[in-house]
Design a protein around this ligand. Structure first.
Ligand SMILES: Cc1cc2nc3c(=O)[nH]c(=O)nc-3n(C[C@H](O)[C@H](O)[C@H](O)COP(=O)(O)OP(=O)(O)OC[C@H]3O[C@@H](n4cnc5c(N)ncnc54)[C@H](O)[C@@H]3O)c2cc1C
Length: 323
């Protein structure tokens, strides 16, 4: 049995959960049942949404101490769920939250954890979990050792959310009862940083226009903003743009920034260094605008526009205004 731990915040499902469901369905190959657990408080609407998936069951894991996220409470609760359902694998989307608590959980139950998995190789023998190493220069195929369950986090964008198979009828929803010992919660969460700043979560964006050093000056960022607006997209950037302080760090895409998988990623004046590509190559459709025909970004692009961005971007904005 495979357990997928879906992620929600304030009753809103993180769509990377669907990507983890798609990964679980590939791992199961139709021969292992899948259950989805959703942890928090007031998660019934999210459970109903997840019950559309072709899975055996959705489990709600609710407790007053799980309403506000803490790694200790989540690890306590999930340890009990794992003991109740005895899965062979536990899959999580590789989010900031699971990055935080999954090592704690793995240590508590003394089981193997494979993080940031980009592909699952099934066939003869035990499944291997592919994960990038050394900033994406190598891919290691990891076969976890020791007793099950094996804990696996799935990189955002490695699987497509819309590839998750839906069931003919909604899956049953059941309650997984857990106790959380509040005296064992060592963290005292403060008000969420993201909400206070109203920061953007690019991993949830459906369209992204990303700008690189080809934009040349801080003043020209306005052109990228106009292009993003014309597409109805979020604005992101390569590292030099954020290092220069032309856009905030939270908008950086890549190995030291965010990993994203939008439906549309428009790379404007970005060369396509490996550290950038690892953050966006899972995007469904990639459009690259670059004056250099040999720029590596064209190797991952579905549509390449070779030319001067200062001519092409205004032309695209004008065309989109007509649409
Ligand atoms: C440990 C480490 C971590 C890193 N992490 C990240 C990361 O998270 N994210 C990231 O992005 N980078 C990261 N980098 C940096 C990365 O190696 C590259 O240096 C960076 O991605 C390059 O950014 P760029 O493509 O904007 O700039 P450049 O490589 O300078 O490319 C600019 C591109 O713009 C094109 N261009 C110029 N003028 C025009 C024009 N008028 N019209 C059209 N095209 C034009 C050029 O042909 C060129 O291809 C990291 C590096 C290291 C060592």
């Amino acid at each position: 049995m495979i357990l997928v731990v879906a992620e929600q915040k304030d009753g809103k499902l993180n769509r990377a959960s669907w990507e983890a469901v798609a990964a679980a369905q590939q791992l199961a190959s139709g021969s292992m049942p899948i259950k989805i657990a959703v942890v928090g408080q007031g998660v019934s609407a999210v459970a109903t949404e997840l019950a559309q998936a072709a899975v055996a069951e959705v489990l709600t894991v609710e407790h007053a101490s799980l309403g506000v996220y803490t790694p200790d409470a989540f690890a306590q609760a999930l340890q009990q769920v794992i003991a109740q359902v005895s899965p062979a694998y536990v899959l999580f989307p590789h989010t900031y939250q699971t990055r935080d608590y999954s090592p704690t959980l793995a240590a508590r139950i003394d089981r193997a954890l494979v993080t940031d998995v980009t592909a699952i190789r099934t066939g003869t023998g035990a499944p291997a979990f592919a994960r990038p190493m050394f900033q994406g220069k190598l891919i290691a195929d990891v076969v976890p050792q020791g007793p099950a369950p094996y804990l696996v986090t799935i990189q955002i964008g490695a699987y497509r959310a819309d590839a998750a198979q839906k069931g003919a009828a909604p899956a049953p929803i059941a309650v997984a009862g857990v106790n959380v010992d509040e005296s064992k919660i060592r963290q005292k969460p403060e008000a969420p940083f993201q909400e206070a700043k109203q920061a953007v979560d690019l991993s949830q964006a459906e369209r992204i226009v990303s700008v690189g050093r080809g934009i040349k000056t801080q003043e020209n960022i306005a052109l990228a903003e106009q292009l993003a607006k014309a597409f109805g997209a979020e604005l992101a950037a390569s590292r030099p743009i954020c290092d220069n302080g032309w856009l905030p760090m939270e908008r950086q895409i890549g190995s030291s920034g965010q990993t994203v998988a939008p439906k549309l990623y428009v790379a404007v004046g970005i060369s396509g260094a490996i550290q950038h590509l690892v953050g966006m190559k899972g995007s469904r459709t990639i459009v690259a605008i670059n004056k250099d025909a040999d720029a590596p970004i064209f190797e991952v692009a579905d549509y390449g526009l070779q030319g001067d961005l200062f001519e092409l971007a205004p032309a695209i904005i004008a065309e989109l205004a007509k649409a």
